[in-house]
Design a protein around this ligand. Structure first.
Ligand SMILES: *Cc1c(COP(=O)(O)O)cnc(C)c1O
Length: 338
């Protein structure tokens, strides 16, 4: 079976499992797990940030960040394709009691001008107070589009002028950095908080890390507790994250290359009307003359899994457990559809 539904489907490698087995652990709710501490420090250091907090999921790290930066009745600015808006169960309303201002970025990439135009007048009591700007990098629903540093800098400046914090949903931030060649250390100077997923392209079975200042992370621990995210001897999982950071970031470029080949193959097929530009490891394409269900069923008949991503769109995501031989099988299968 070739599973291209998401980069979350990877299984830990033998070497990663070995690292997990050898972890030293303690009760992390009491701050006594050395491996968790090591992972938090290591991730924070990569981005030049003060502190980190290990959480069970990227949904939790995002939701903690939103809760951290807002008060009820306020508003969060994000793109209309954002994971925090579309795929976190209405958590912005449920956990933080805030409204959202949805922008329509280019493939989910917001411009500083659009962000500035959507900040409410703080003196107008009719309007919710703008409290947070949240970016996603790469943009999942934008087909893996990524921000460059000048784009981020311009948004940071707007936030600075209006005294607004800036959060990054960096579920695939290492894909973004791999594609842009930008320096992770710069991110620490632009974002107030960053959510990093270890369970996407990096191949760990579980976990995300929220990064921020010491004060933010101290407060974040309280919010994680109330969400039920305090874990005990969780160093076994943190060890997988450390292994992933040490070994798997460098492999993301291969995922991007394979995704490009998939995109080029799809582009040439008569039943594909459009392929979003393939910038990282996500391929989103639209069908013509064939329904999404038909296409997925045909793929499944060849033991290939993809996912419906809209009425006529399909998404394929490349990852650690998808190699060149599998790529050949997928491209040959697609060509033989026609
Ligand atoms: C996967 C993902 C998350 C976090 O998802 P979890 O499944 O909760 O770990 C957040 N943002 C984006 C863009 C994602 O793709």
């Amino acid at each position: 079976m070739i599973d291209l539904r998401s980069d979350t489907v990877t299984k830990p490698s033998a070497a990663m499992l070995q690292a997990m087995m050898q972890a030293s652990v303690g009760d992390d709710v009491l701050n006594e797990d050395p491996t968790v501490q090591q992972l938090q420090k290591k991730t924070a250091a990569i981005f030049g940030m003060e502190a980190g907090l290990f959480c069970p999921s990227g949904t939790m790290t995002n939701q903690i960040a939103i809760r951290l930066h807002t008060q009820p009745q306020q508003e969060v600015i994000c793109d209309k394709r954002s994971h925090i808006y579309l795929y976190e169960g209405g958590g912005i309303a449920y956990n933080s009691m805030c409204s959202v201002r949805l922008l329509d970025g280019k493939r989910g990439i917001l411009s500083a001008t659009d962000v500035e135009a959507s900040i409410n007048n703080p003196d107008d009591i009719h309007a919710p107070q703008t409290a947070l700007v949240s970016l996603e990098n790469t943009v999942n629903k934008g087909g893996g589009a990524y921000y460059t540093l000048p784009q981020i800098t311009a948004i940071r400046e707007v936030c600075h002028t209006h005294h607004l914090p800036l959060h990054l949903d960096g579920a695939r931030v290492f894909n973004a950095l791999t594609a842009s060649g930008d320096d992770a250390q710069q991110y620490g100077t632009y974002f107030d908080t960053i959510s990093v997923c270890l369970s996407k392209g990096l191949g760990a079975p579980v976990g995300s890390v929220l990064l921020g200042s010491k004060a933010h992370i101290q407060k974040a621990m309280r919010i994680r507790k109330v969400l039920g995210g305090g874990m005990r001897q969780v160093g076994y999982l943190a060890a997988a994250g450390i292994y992933a950071l040490d070994n798997n970031i460098r492999l993301l470029a291969d995922d991007h290359q394979r995704a490009r080949v998939l995109g080029d193959t799809l582009q040439a097929l008569p039943f594909v009307s459009e392929v979003l530009p393939v910038d990282t490891n996500i391929v989103i394409f639209s069908l013509k003359g064939m329904s999404t269900q038909q296409c997925l069923a045909k793929l499944a008949a060849h033991n290939i899994l993809a996912i419906a991503f809209g009425p006529t769109e399909i998404r394929m995501v490349t990852h650690l457990d998808f190699d060149d031989a599998m790529l050949d099988r997928v491209t040959n299968t697609l060509r033989n559809f026609a």
